[in-house]
Design a protein around this ligand. Structure first.
Ligand code: HAM
Length: 414
């Protein structure tokens, strides 16, 4: 006999069964609602991009480009990549309409992204990521607004500020210090990568010396009060956001960041993951020619978001159900079509309605509806079909209400 196909999805990706999809939708809807409450407009693009978008100078992120992309050659000999992040795409789109757009532009999107990673908790090969970006503003208020948006999103899920920590840093401050060492661009990149790993390695000083060819001593304490980073922290305070820490070793993996960088971390030790990461990038649109347009934004992933909600018990039962409001239960199959007709009446009155087309006994249909979280049922037999008068049963209270479809739809809407 032939070997049977596996029912597992491709490594590092997920199937979304309805109960998973209900959570996913709740996450997406909450993201969208809060982003729109800040005046962000939704955009989207194809998951396919020409590979050169990630290879061009400035957009380049060594690890991501060389080891983590899904890249293939299409039938027309073009090199194509499944997008590993959204930032180069949105920069391309903004640059393409630079002349028509009225800045500041505030845009958001919820793309699926692909990275060839070693799958583990919080890290998969396909994830969805809320991307919020603002273009055309240099003022520090835009950095502050982006961080505040991330904060408001987490609070909208019912989180309290002590459940997460906002780590901020500034690339300019690091680069300013590093500029004393006369490093080449290559050395600078290697140094930033090393700083990114600072918390995980013991021999930081030795490694830094290897890269720079001389002893390196960096100040990882608080920068002076005039520095932009301090303005970010003060600004957040003015908005009532206090769970902010300066994190000198946060450098973020992408070389396009030029200023403020930030990450939101879950404070629960079992879920010590970055929920959100972002920063300011002032040169990315310059890749496409013309004057550069400054950008600041972040990405927030669905995998870590769901882990966060589960870790802090923020997923309530209501979130998980997509059950219809009303189920119509034909007494037997001869009433199926009449049930479909009746269901149409309720749906056109705005009631989410399903018909139980199984050949179970009506008692079994009733318990199935109740298990699925349906709020109301109508049993449909000979008498009901003839009189067009129905008994609507509320499964929560057990109450019964009699009437026409129109009357009952009104009753449900009350
Ligand atoms: P990132 O730090 O690579 O930034 O990703 C942002 C967030 O996406 C992470 O904090 C995490 O929640 C989630 N994430 C990233 N990779 C994975 C993965 N393999 N599996 C599950 N979740 C993941 C960026 O992508 C930047 N382009 C964000 C940005 C937008 N910067 C400015 N604008």
């Amino acid at each position: 006999m032939d070997k049977k196909l596996s029912t597992e999805p491709y490594k590092g990706t997920r199937d979304f069964y309805p109960e998973d999809m209900a959570v996913e939708r709740y996450i997406f809807d909450t993201w969208a609602k809060v982003a729109e409450s800040f005046g962000f407009e939704r955009y989207d693009a194809s998951i396919l991009e020409p590979s050169e978008l990630y290879r061009s100078k400035g957009a380049e992120n060594e690890e991501l480009v060389n080891e983590q992309t899904y890249t293939f050659v299409d039938r027309g000999e073009r090199e194509v990549t499944l997008r590993p992040e959204m930032t180069p795409t949105v920069a391309r789109m903004v640059a393409g309409k630079r002349r028509e757009l009225s800045f500041p532009v505030r845009w958001y999107s919820i793309p699926n992204l692909f990275r060839y990673e070693r799958p583990q908790r919080g890290r998969l090969r396909e994830h969805w990521q809320l991307n919020c970006d603002m273009f055309g503003v240099d003022d520090v208020a835009s950095d502050i607004e982006m961080i505040a948006l991330g904060y408001r999103i987490l609070l909208a899920f019912g989180a309290s500020p002590k459940m997460f920590e906002i780590r901020v840093n500034d690339r300019t401050w690091l680069k300013l210090q590093l500029s004393d060492y006369g490093l080449s661009e290559e050395q600078m990149k290697a140094m930033l990568t090393l700083i990114d790993k600072r918390d995980k390695i013991d021999d930081f000083d030795e490694e830094a010396e290897k890269i720079a060819g001389k002893k390196v001593s960096l100040d990882f304490t608080t920068p002076n009060p005039e520095h932009r980073l301090m303005q970010v922290i003060e600004g957040l305070k003015a908005l009532g956001i206090e769970n902010v820490v300066i994190s000198p070793s946060t450098v973020r993996g992408f070389s396009y960041y030029t200023g403020t960088i930030f990450e939101f971390f879950d404070t629960a030790s079992e879920n010590n993951r970055s929920l959100l990461g972002g920063g300011r990038y002032d040169n990315l649109t310059a890749l496409f020619g013309g004057d550069p347009v400054s950008g600041v934004g972040f990405g927030m992933g669905d995998v870590t978001m769901r882990d966060f909600l589960e870790t802090h018990s923020l997923l309530t039962k209501d979130v998980k159900t997509t059950a219809p409001t009303l189920a119509i239960l034909p007494l037997d199959a001869t009433h199926n079509l009449a049930a479909e007709v009746l269901a149409e009446e309720f749906r056109s009155a705005g009631v989410r309605t399903a018909v139980d087309l199984s050949d179970r006994k009506v008692g079994k249909k009733l318990s199935a509806a109740s298990d699925a979280g349906v709020a109301y049922v109508i049993v449909l037999g000979e008498d009901e079909a003839a009189s067009r008068s129905y008994a609507l049963k509320n499964l929560g209270t057990g109450d019964e209400t009699k009437g026409s479809a129109e009357e009952l739809a009104k009753h449900i809407a009350r």
